[in-house]
Unconditional design. Structure first.
Length: 141
């Protein structure tokens, strides 16, 4: 199952990338998130192989994700190692210059077990993550 949410912002791909690739900075995206790196990537600390831990308020377990694609200014991909209610959950964010701005395509994928319930939850996740990213990008420019 795959869901894609798309938005265009007036910021450059480099400006969007600065927010997107700053894993610990995700703490600024939404109140209550605490993001730490369990392991740095190579050759970039936030690059391929980096493992980020996203703690949310309340009793829910932390979400642990590993970065699988890291192309500065263009694409960041990750897969969940634990803490999400989906099997084989992954996310992929692509940036594409459009005029003076950037098109952001946020795609989430997961194995589909319960067609309607999981599709709705995955759709909500993609749209929420994109909205939070866009809000932070606009706030930093």
């Amino acid at each position: 199952m795959r869901v894609t949410a798309t938005r265009t912002v007036p910021q450059t791909p480099e400006q969007v990338w600065a927010v997107l690739a700053d894993h610990e900075g995700m703490s600024h995206w939404a109140p209550g998130l605490k993001v730490t790196l369990d392991r740095e990537g190579t050759p970039e600390p936030n690059g391929v192989g980096a493992v980020r831990r996203i703690a949310t308020p309340g009793p829910a377990p932390a979400i642990v994700e590993e970065i699988e694609a890291f192309y500065p200014g263009r694409r960041l991909g990750y897969r969940a190692l634990s803490g999400v209610p989906f099997r084989d959950y992954a996310g992929d964010v692509e940036l594409r210059p459009v005029g003076a701005g950037t098109e952001i395509r946020y795609t989430t994928t997961a194995e589909q077990r319960v067609p309607l319930a999981e599709k709705a939850a995955l759709t909500a996740a993609a749209h929420t993550l994109l909205a939070l990213l866009v809000r932070r990008v606009r706030a930093t420019s």
